[in-house]
Design a protein around this ligand. Structure first.
Ligand SMILES: [Zn+2]
Length: 560
């Protein structure tokens, strides 16, 4: 053992000994035996301090001999009787103070066990209910207030892999994702969706978990009397011998299923006596075992909102992304992950180039897309990863699409980084300012020394040309240090233009800079329209973010 580990081990040993814990030499791991709340409850426990990294809190297990008479304890998880005293990620334990850390953990465990035994933390059962209910799951995509009958199906969301259990309405993206892999939809099994305002929780004074219909109804009666009998009733109609019940509660969606015993699966019951099934089942509740399952939210709003907190995402926006090269490729994926193409929105990607081996070191796409159009490739990649999005592509010249005074988009993004092309887009944007959506430009300066983005389209604000009114003249916001030349390199493939070398990191940050501005636009507070990120101060100068005004010398804004 490393000397420092030996010292830590010794310190932990001394701390635990001070708390009257003794080493359990009968096991290979470093385990100590002792009691929590020694002066009152004296709960026998084992603490496992094998891991001195303290990445997670040392596991504490309640001794088998300990029984709380008549009631059940929250925070006591599973067969192993491990005590959940610090929620995962709720605290960072100090690995450089091992004795203090172990004592801190025991103190916290004392508090948790005392509250649990007193019953004052029974409410925590509801917060931890997923852990008590099940570890298997079904994906759920239902309209917000849906209640009633629907199908539970096993769908092929991933080609060639095992199917995934799903409860969803007919128009769900999950159905489309399945149909992209399989010709037809499996018929599925009947599922009844029911809502309650109550939070589902463990009844501390009853057996857990409910194993059959009798236990289930006893538990449901304790949660919400309106839920009692739902499983029996669900058998009155429908064909299949299995029924699913999805309870949409205040603390999540919880699902259970039950299958008729063989004696009730006869033709007689299935056809002529089907309506009698609920009352027959109700008379033999302990013969109907139930299976609990978790419902995991998979609706589009949840998927694209959960990482955003209170920030708006790009749901419902129609976005035209021009350029699917090194910046545009990463940007297309970031826009998609921000919700572009979700709900009624659309993401259109435009590029006329093909992916070459020369691109592979700094492009979103790789070998599966080699020699294919970049816009088409990005579109296909995104639809594979996030099949709920509406994404399309155009492999022709972007200027063809832009030759219109009205465009069916809410935002145009030019991530080509080709100055002459961007100035052509900018010129059209200024000319059609009244009818065009805003245009957001993003590019790298010099040899990727700086990333910049400019949001344009509002009157009184700078257009792209306003930043440098004369092609050979000075920039209004100087970026390159004097005497720094941009170096270019020859491509091996002779048909390719010369290219500017810089690493992939620069493209990813440029894409992020553009996506940040797009998100600011979506939430209605654009902030700084002109943003810069300096990578290489030896080549470029730092430029302050801001909102530049129109230049009087700009030939696009004020043609002479
Ligand atoms: Zn201008």
């Amino acid at each position: 053992m490393d000397e420092r580990d030996a010292i830590s081990r010794r310190q932990v040993h001394d701390a635990l000994t001070q708390r009257c814990f003794t080493r359990d030499w009968s096991v290979e791991r470093v385990v100590y035996l002792g009691t929590l709340d020694p002066t009152a409850l004296a709960v026998p426990v084992r603490i496992d301090v094998t891991d001195l990294d303290f990445v997670s809190a040392p596991p504490i297990y309640l001794g088998e001999e300990y029984r709380v008479t008549g009631r059940r304890l929250p925070h006591l998880l599973g067969e192993t009787r491990s005590l959940c005293y610090y929620a995962k990620g709720s605290v960072i334990l100090d690995r450089y103070d091992p004795s203090g850390t172990v004592l801190q953990c025991l103190e916290q465990a004392d508090i948790v066990i005392r509250k649990a035994v007193r019953g004052s933390s029974d409410i925590d059962f509801a917060n931890e209910f997923q852990a008590y209910w099940s570890s298997s799951f079904l994906l759920v995509d239902l309209p917000a207030n849906f209640a009633g009958r629907i199908k539970a199906r096993f769908l092929n969301l991933r080609a060639g892999l095992e199917p995934t259990g799903v409860i969803c309405a007919g128009e769900s993206w999950l159905i489309e994702a399945h149909l992209a892999n399989r010709a037809s939809l499996p018929p599925g099994e009947d599922c009844v969706v029911i809502s309650t305002d109550a939070a589902l929780s463990v009844n501390p004074n009853a057996d857990w978990p409910p194993e059959n219909l009798r236990d289930l109804n006893a538990w449901l009666g304790w949660i919400d009397p309106g839920l009692v009998g739902i499983l029996e009733k669900s058998f009155a109609t429908g064909e299949h011998p299995t029924r699913w019940i999805a309870i949409r509660a205040a603390n999540g969606t919880f699902i259970l299923s039950a299958t008729l015993p063989p004696m009730l699966r006869t033709d007689e019951f299935q056809k002529s006596r089907r309506t009698k099934l609920p009352s027959i089942i109700a008379r033999m509740p302990e013969k109907i075992p139930i299976q609990p399952t978790l419902g995991l939210p998979a609706d589009v709003d949840y998927i694209f909102s959960r990482n955003m907190g209170n920030m708006a995402n790009l749901n419902g926006k129609r976005i035209l992304l021009i350029g699917a090269g090194t910046i545009g490729g990463f940007l297309s994926h970031q826009l998609a992950q921000s919700g572009a193409g979700a709900m009624d929105g659309r993401l259109t990607i435009v590029d006329k180039d093909e992916l070459r081996t020369a691109n592979l070191g700094r492009h979103l796409l790789g070998i599966p897309y080699i020699h294919r159009n970049k816009a088409e490739g990005c579109c296909e990649f995104i639809k594979q990863q996030l099949p709920m999005l509406t994404v399309d592509f155009h492999s022709g010249d972007a200027l063809d699409i832009l030759d219109a005074s009205n465009l069916p988009y809410d935002l145009i993004i030019d991530a080509t980084g080709e100055e002459a092309f961007s100035l052509a887009v900018n010129d059209r944007s200024v000319r059609h300012r009244e009818t065009w959506p805003p245009v957001l430009f993003g590019y790298l300066v010099g040899n990727g020394a700086m990333a910049q983005s400019l949001f344009t389209g509002e009157s009184g604000r700078a257009c792209l040309k306003c930043l440098k009114p004369r092609l050979s003249g000075p920039s209004r916001f100087p970026t390159m240090r004097a005497g720094i030349e941009v170096t270019t390199a020859e491509n091996m493939e002779c048909a390719d233009p010369r290219y500017i070398p810089y690493p992939v990191t620069r493209s990813v940050v440029a894409a992020s800079l553009i996506c940040e501005t797009a998100l600011a636009w979506a939430r209605g507070s654009i902030g700084h329209r002109f943003r810069s990120h300096l990578f290489d101060p030896s080549q470029a100068l730092s430029v302050k973010d801001g909102n530049p005004a129109v230049s009087r010398d700009c030939p696009a804004c004020s043609p002479t």
